[in-house]
Design a protein around this ligand. Structure first.
Ligand SMILES: *Cc1c(COP(=O)(O)O)cnc(C)c1O
Length: 398
């Protein structure tokens, strides 16, 4: 079929040509004498992406889920009490992982469309006089609902309670696209993956661990072998890995980090905010003609700059919109999952993305919705996005 598939799911995201070129190479010897000359600067530059000087970055050949497991098993022990909250498919999966690792999980259930319940966290932490809670978890960006949480506020809740618990952050769909500050926010473990903001194929779990987290591993009793920080540290300190690393992915990651640093992280975040705002303008315009179309994120403070989950009007199936767009317009939007399955569809707007690209899923979603009888005004969302993009344009040659 001529033309290309338009991929607008929140991971895997589009892999830029520069990264694809960097990965179209021969295999190499991961024990070569000059391999550390490549890996050691890569570890250093990755720290800039997490905005940290004092922490350490681990790269596992896994997906983000492996990163969760690495963070948990290296720093906690069976029966440890942990405070978590679930408000979407991914935050709930992290809860499930912790339960399966025999942690004593206090999981707060939150309405989908909201994020980490910071006031409740603050209250629970204050009441935990004996400091029984060993870790507090925050999903920075819930990809299922398009909700971004306030991580600094979670830090503040810990500090106000003078609580020593470790702070875990799921940054799989935020790191490298939404502002994240490991050191300033005093985060202990941040988990990310290759196929979202890093613009790579799926295949790496990237974990950033603070000195406090590294210290915690010395008494942590959960089992780990493949995901052992100790084994990684011993080998990584010399620029090597304890088992065969995904060298092709590391070469791609090098290019990804180059691209992010060349653009400048703050510009990357601004660009993501602009793409997201264009989508939000379109959603608002659709809602004017088709009552019920709205973001799953309940309030602007929860709006995600990397993914938007969009309710369709009652009586319609959001996942049918996704199937229809794929079948007729070669456009990959993203389905809604679990509790809101069928009630919404999602547009991923992260990674390698610009003005013309972001207009594509807006146009295609509009066409698919119209085809299915949802009373959206053709062109309404596109026009609203165009107006916004015109009024905020930048000179990319300046
Ligand atoms: C994608 C995602 C994950 C899971 O990562 P996988 O790479 O699919 O294992 C975890 N958390 C969030 C927030 C995600 O978006």
């Amino acid at each position: 079929m001529p033309g290309r598939n338009f991929l607008f799911i929140p991971g895997p995201t589009n892999v830029p040509q520069r990264i694809r070129n960097a990965m179209a190479i021969e295999q190499e010897d991961m024990r070569a004498i000059d391999f550390p000359k490549f890996t050691l600067p890569l570890f250093e530059d990755l720290k800039k992406i997490f905005k940290t000087k004092s922490s350490r970055v681990f790269i596992f050949p896994s997906s983000g889920t492996g990163g969760w497991e690495a963070a948990v098993t290296n720093t906690l022990s069976p029966g440890d009490k942990v405070l978590m909250s679930g408000f979407g498919h991914f935050s709930n999966l992290w809860i499930d992982l912790c339960q399966r690792h025999a942690l004593d999980v206090q999981a707060l259930e939150v309405d989908w469309g909201e994020g980490v319940p910071v006031e409740q966290y603050a209250d629970i932490l204050k009441k935990d006089k004996d400091k029984k809670i060993k870790a507090v978890f925050a999903t920075h960006n819930e990809t299922a609902t398009g909700v971004t949480s306030d991580v600094p506020a979670v830090r503040k809740a810990l500090d106000d309670a003078k609580h020593p618990a470790l702070l875990f952050v799921d940054g799989v769909s935020s790191v490298a696209s939404i502002d994240f500050r490991m050191d300033e926010w005093n985060v202990d473990l941040c988990v990310s993956g290759s196929q979202k903001g890093f613009m790579l194929p799926t295949g790496l779990g990237i974990v950033c661990a603070s000195q406090k987290a590294l210290e915690a591993r010395k008494s942590a009793k959960l089992y780990r072998t493949f995901f052992s920080f100790d084994d990684m540290i011993t080998a990584n300190d010399n620029g090597y890995f304890p088992y065969t690393p995904a060298t092709i992915f590391l070469r791609g990651l090098r290019e990804s980090v180059n691209m992010l640093l060349e653009e400048g992280l703050e510009n990357v975040f601004k660009r993501h905010n602009r793409m997201a705002t264009a989508v939000r303008k379109a959603v608002e315009a659709w809602g004017n003609s088709a009552k019920g179309i709205r973001l799953v994120a309940k309030e602007p403070k929860w709006h995600s700059d990397t993914v938007s989950a969009i309710y369709v009007p009652e009586g319609f199936d959001g996942n049918e919109v996704v199937r229809h767009a794929y079948k007729h317009y070669n456009l990959a939007l993203s389905v809604s999952l679990a509790k809101i399955a069928g009630k919404a569809f999602r547009i991923g707007h992260l990674g390698d993305m610009n003005e013309m690209m972001i207009l594509a899923p807006i146009t295609g979603a509009e066409m698919a919705m119209k085809d299915l009888g949802i009373p959206v005004q053709l062109g309404s969302g596109v026009a609203a996005a165009q107006e916004y993009l015109c009024s905020t344009k930048t000179n990319r040659l300046a």
